[in-house]
Design a protein around this ligand. Structure first.
Ligand code: AMP
Length: 210
């Protein structure tokens, strides 16, 4: 299996070669073609399986295909993550895999330095990586507009639920267009995760790695 056979663009293939990735991991091989096809995907994968690239690569490809209308850009992809550390890591992956694609990435997490995050939203961005609680203020105050979101990712959904983010997730998802593509990654699939998938996803394709 090679990245070429998964349907990724020449620009992304070049970046992957430069990064030194020679072949897709199991979760990437399964998830990338489904995401490129526009399916909702329920991914069973832990950290270390290459799950970040499994959603970041096809998402970057989809976003870079259409140029947004002129004027300040509104986020077209939203990635919800449980922790600040993961937000930084995921945003760094988007920046690394997306170099040369001219897509903006903004992170939103709690603690010091909120203002630069808000300024970045105001200037316009394409991809927002956020902890759910941190998004509520800018969202409900009108700085973060989610009405142009095309792809929603819930990363490490089981950890977000363990941390009590379910009410915040629901408030955020309520503001995202219903006709979006939704991707949910989780290490486990207990009933609460299944319920979340039923509520937020349309005919999800399930992929699983151990
Ligand atoms: P993740 O599970 O997304 O946290 O990724 C775990 C690690 O695997 C990260 O350090 C990635 O840079 C690396 N990685 C992801 N995909 C590949 C690949 N296809 N080949 C080699 N390393 C990879």
């Amino acid at each position: 299996m090679t990245f070429e056979t998964l349907g990724l663009s020449p620009a992304l293939l070049r970046t992957l070669a430069e990064t030194g990735y020679t072949q897709p991991t199991d979760i990437q091989a399964q998830a990338i073609p489904l995401v490129l096809d526009g399916h909702d995907v329920l991914g069973g994968a832990q950290t270390g399986t290459g799950k970040t690239a499994a959603f970041a690569l096809p998402l970057l490809q989809r976003l870079s295909k259409q140029t947004p209308a002129n004027g300040p850009r509104k986020p077209r992809a939203l990635v919800l993550v449980p922790t600040r550390e993961l937000a930084v890591q995921v945003a760094d992956s988007f920046k690394a895999y997306g170099r040369g694609l001219h897509l903006g990435v903004t992170t939103l997490f709690g603690g010091a330095g909120m203002q630069p995050q808000i300024d970045s939203l105001r200037r316009g961005t394409d991809i927002v990586v956020a902890c759910p609680g941190r998004l509520l203020d800018p969202l409900e105050g009108g700085t973060a507009k989610l009405d142009a979101i095309e792809i929603l990712v819930l990363d490490e959904a089981d950890r977000m639920l363990d941390m009590g983010f379910l009410p915040a997730i629901k408030r955020v998802v309520n503001r995202v267009p219903k006709d979006r593509q939704t991707l949910l990654f989780s290490a486990t699939f207990e009933d609460q995760i299944k319920a979340l998938a039923m509520e937020f996803m349309r005919n999800p394709q399930q992929v699983q790695v151990s």
